[in-house]
Design a protein around this ligand. Structure first.
Ligand SMILES: [Zn+2]
Length: 429
């Protein structure tokens, strides 16, 4: 007789114990237990309650705080290797020109290695789900298979320089998505931004995404230059794109947000990335349409943008979440190589918004990101029925100190689980 066969993975249970747990959508717990069944969480509660009468597998994680895996709503993994290449630019368009030239000199292999290196950084620093913009869609689906992360890949579409018509750009992206498997990872659309695409591409991509129930991502209102271009028909970006023969008839007396609204591109499917510059009425449009906003604190600091309008947006009811953006727009300190880390983004956010409490900051990196990606109730929280995506960090305090400990944490996580499987196994004695 051989070993008894493992029960089917969806039946397997595991009861985790931790000094504390931070479910995010429920109060923190001391001496916490999380009961897993297969790839899902079955229950979260006090150890003394969940352990009573439980006869299955148990694992004591010890002096740790368990929290949901972090959700990075905006990243460019394929640019990770560009860390430190570009000093903070005087003008936003200088940065675009530099990265465009660099991209032209990189091989697919360089992009692939860069993507992997970024994925490893995210995993080590507690991200379990990433919304990633793919400039090189040919890397899919191989890169998905090589990481345990949940990756929502947004296929980048532009089309100003190539002069291609929006319909054929969109059809090419949709054709590629049709060839990709749908499982832990999947692909959606990302018309790059109102300035780098024709209005029709925004309109048609939004319509295609809405029809299919997909999320969509686009960069909006990132720089003062873009804001000037749309609202005033002037400034460095306006002049540069005009010289490059972009049809500028969509500019003037309109903000980037209003421009998207004219293309019927706003809505609960849309992740509007950045939104640093708001015109009058923009906030009401974003809130009224249920559009999500992704803020990238380090990238924001790197470009020295105007203060991010967090309070205005959140008070209006806009769902704000966090992203790392790429290392191509992050300071590279001499003593310490820059890394993609949502913990680091939360610390940067806390430094810039001292009135926002740690529990709220943690929501930006968990439940709010899940909502933006259409995964509310499934990701970003420790709750019955959610996916078993969780991380553990060292912790010796009481449950009231848990949110602050999470937001100030710096360092690799002790363990990471995605869909009930250890992506970083815990080191238990
Ligand atoms: Zn971006």
């Amino acid at each position: 007789m051989g070993e008894p066969a493992d029960p089917a993975p969806r039946q397997r249970t595991l009861l985790l114990r931790a000094r504390a747990a931070l479910p995010v959508t429920a109060p923190p717990l001391r001496d916490a237990a999380i009961l897993l069944r297969g790839h899902r969480i079955e229950a979260v509660g006090a150890w003394r309650n969940l352990a009573r009468g439980y006869t299955g597998r148990r694992l004591d994680l010890g002096e740790v705080l368990v929290l949901p895996g972090l959700i990075n709503a905006h990243c460019h993994l394929d640019y990770t290797g560009m860390a430190g290449l570009f000093p903070p630019p005087r003008q936003f368009t200088d940065w675009i020109k530099q990265i465009t030239v660099t991209k032209q000199t990189w091989s697919d292999e360089e992009f692939r290695q860069s993507w992997f290196s970024g994925a490893r950084m995210l995993l080590r620093t507690g991200t379990t789900t990433v919304g990633d913009i793919e400039a090189v869609p040919a890397l899919l689906p191989d890169v998905w298979r090589a990481t345990p992360l949940r990756v929502f890949s947004f296929l980048e579409m532009t089309g100003i320089r190539s002069r291609r018509n929006p319909q054929s750009i969109l059809q090419e992206a949709l054709g590629r998505i049709r060839t990709l498997p749908e499982g832990r990872c999947r692909a959606w659309l990302s018309p790059h931004s109102p300035y780098a695409t024709k209005p029709e591409l925004l309109r048609q991509s939004a319509e295609a995404s809405r029809q299919r129930g997909w999320a969509m991502a686009t960069h909006v209102g990132e720089s003062a230059a873009e804001h000037q271009m749309f609202t005033r028909r002037r400034g460095e970006m306006f002049e540069w794109l005009k010289r490059n023969e972009r049809d500028m008839s969509d500019c003037g007396n309109v903000s980037a947000v209003q421009h998207l609204n004219r293309q019927n591109a706003l809505g609960p499917h849309l992740l509007a990335v950045h939104v640093n510059y708001l015109a009058r009425g923009d906030c009401a449009l974003l809130a009224g349409t249920g559009t999500h906003v992704v803020h990238c604190p380090h990238s924001h600091s790197y470009f020295r943008h105007r203060a991010f309008p967090y309070r205005t947006l959140s008070r209006s009811g806009v769902n704000v979440c966090l992203g790392t953006d790429s290392l191509a727009s992050t300071f590279q300190p001499r003593d310490q190589p820059a890394t993609l880390s949502l913990f680091s983004e939360m610390r940067e956010f806390a430094a810039r918004h001292p009135k926002v409490g740690p529990a709220n900051i943690l929501r930006l990196a968990t439940v709010n990101g899940a909502r933006a990606l259409g995964r509310a109730g499934k990701l970003g929280e420790l709750a019955a029925g959610a996916e078993a995506d969780l991380i553990a960090i060292p912790f010796t305090g009481g449950s009231r100190a848990a949110a602050r400990a999470a937001v100030t944490f710096d360092g690799p996580v002790l363990a990471s689980m995605i869909g009930g499987r250890w992506a970083i196994p815990p080191q238990t004695p």
